[in-house]
Design a protein around this ligand. Structure first.
Ligand code: MLT
Length: 246
């Protein structure tokens, strides 16, 4: 079972975090929404409050469904950022009745290419050799846009520094082994907000544009001057986009 934090009352919103973060990456969204919504922020295995173990993207979807069952939430808005989106897309396709609206931020439907899988294996080997000491320096330039402030850089660095080797390895394995969800997009009938950063080094703007176009009710919001973590880099703009969609 996934541990989680729940705040507020009202229509339920489920926020699924990115790698290598935890439920607290959504703090600015929770603060903004908790007066109007029931905001549920789970932790994937090894992150935040949930103990470490090997896991899979499809299995995490089953655990999200179990969490919604336990909380008595029959349907809600689901938001996934990057790794969270890798989980949210197949989850929505498998359990359409549980998802009234979907937010896909800085994420993609396709699986890893062979080159990307090799890079994941390289990262796993480095984690085994060096531990997590070099993780912040490696990830920061990929995660943040060039305009991210010093305080955002510092806070993201601190978050990454909390990660354990085993949690990082298990999440990288889960992402490496995820299935391809591209063919599922056309069958997702609920409204979907695709959020992109114009400086995202991991998800190209063109890919987000194409994903939005492949979704029957997809719309695209580009958050200017942000990289891969627009909800942290520019929470006001991200929250405004959420408000408009919700
Ligand atoms: C994430 O932000 O969740 C990861 O960087 C995504 C990835 O490595 O594919």
């Amino acid at each position: 079972m996934l541990e989680f934090v729940e705040k507020g009352q009202g229509p339920a919103l489920l926020f699924v975090h990115a790698f290598p973060f935890d439920h607290s990456m959504w703090d600015a969204q929770v603060r903004h929404l908790e007066a109007r919504y029931r905001v549920i922020t789970p932790d994937l295995p090894g992150f935040g409050l949930t103990p470490d173990r090997p896991w899979s993207i499809a299995g995490a979807g089953e655990e999200l469904r179990e969490l919604l069952d336990k909380l008595g939430v029959s349907a809600c808005t689901v938001a996934g950022l990057s790794m969270g989106g890798y989980i949210a897309i197949p989850f929505t396709a498998k359990y359409p009745q549980r998802v009234s609206k979907l937010v896909l931020a800085h994420t993609r439907a396709r699986s890893d290419t062979e080159l990307e899988k090799a890079a994941r294996n390289g990262m796993i080997a480095t984690l085994g050799r060096e531990g997590t000491a070099t993780l912040p320096d490696k990830l920061l330039p990929r995660l943040l846009g060039s305009k991210a402030s010093a305080s955002v850089r510092e806070s993201v660095r601190t978050r990454i520094a909390k990660v354990t080797v085993n949690a990082a390895v298990h999440a990288v394995e889960a992402m490496r082994d995820r299935g391809d969800s591209t063919a599922l997009l056309g069958g997702i009938q609920c409204p979907v907000l695709v959020i992109a950063g114009d400086g995202d080094a991991i998800i190209k703007l063109e890919d987000s544009r194409n994903m939005a176009a492949s979704l029957p009710k997809g719309t695209l919001e580009i958050i200017p001057n942000t990289g891969h973590l627009s909800n942290i880099e520019d929470p006001a703009a991200f929250n405004t986009a959420l408000d408009r969609f919700l």
